[in-house]
Design a protein around this ligand. Structure first.
Ligand code: CMP
Length: 224
């Protein structure tokens, strides 16, 4: 009964969602009878990391944040999502617990689709399945980019640590010490990365003014 009343509104909402742009009218109408409209106030947790997955959600109005707890208990924001975006699909697809938490950043209105209805729809509708795969690919690409910039940051930090530990002789610059300018390959072998990555890190550190080359020596800040 509630679902029938919602049918018309849901149909309109579904049409406006890019994910369903390739779904035909008849199927969209069937879908509009399956989705349940739900509202969550600001700050409410909609999906909890580690919980079993039951529904996926399509945002009609409002904004949410997708977060994950790191090993030291800090919250990392993975993504901010808004109207037209969807979430909660991963645990339905792989039958594993929720990968992250999703919290309302404002009052939020969503359409919720139960696991079996979502999976049936994907099996029947290749356009929809393709749209979901495209969105998952976009997220994976974003994570790859973050991981590579994070590991590059770590190489920079490890290079800094190594050079600071090795710098013993005093310079005329206050707060700086000198160390023999190792080859990039030597640094790479010592911190366990590739020569090319060290070359990029050294360039970056010079550009930032952290590292100065003085002939065959590097001047680096004194270790605190
Ligand atoms: P699920 O694992 O069911 O529950 C948490 C949801 O957060 C997950 O499905 C995705 O919809 C969403 N999510 C997890 N990781 C990311 C990410 N890196 N970017 C965007 N959304 C994500």
């Amino acid at each position: 009964m509630v679902q029938n009343q919602l049918g018309r509104d849901a149909m309109r909402a579904l049409r406006a969602i890019p994910l369903f742009s390739g779904v035909g009218d008849a199927e969209l109408e069937a879908l509009s009878l399956l989705v349940i409209e739900r509202r969550f106030p600001k700050h409410r947790t909609i999906v909890e990391e580690g919980a079993p997955g039951d529904y996926m959600y399509i945002i009609c109005d409002g904004r949410v944040k997708v977060t994950k707890l790191s090993g030291d208990g800090r919250e990392k924001i993975l993504e901010l999502l808004e109207g037209g975006d969807f979430f909660g699909e991963m645990s339905l697809l792989d039958d594993a617990p929720r990968s992250a938490s999703v919290e309302a950043l404002s009052d939020v209105r969503v359409l919720a689709l139960a696991r079996n209805d979502f999976l049936d729809l994907l099996r029947k509708n290749t356009n929809l399945a393709f749209a979901v795969v495209q969105e998952l690919t976009r997220r994976l690409r974003q994570i790859d980019e973050q991981a590579s910039s994070l590991s590059f940051q770590r190489v920079k930090e490890r290079t800094q640590g190594l050079l600071m530990r090795m710098a013993k002789s005093e310079t005329s610059d206050p707060g700086r010490r000198l160390t023999q300018a190792l080859t990039h390959q030597q640094i790479a072998d010592m911190i366990g990365t590739s020569r090319e990555t060290v070359t990029r890190a050294i360039k970056g550190l010079k550009r930032e003014g952290w590292l100065e080359q003085k002939g065959k020596q590097y001047a680096v800040p004194v270790e605190e």
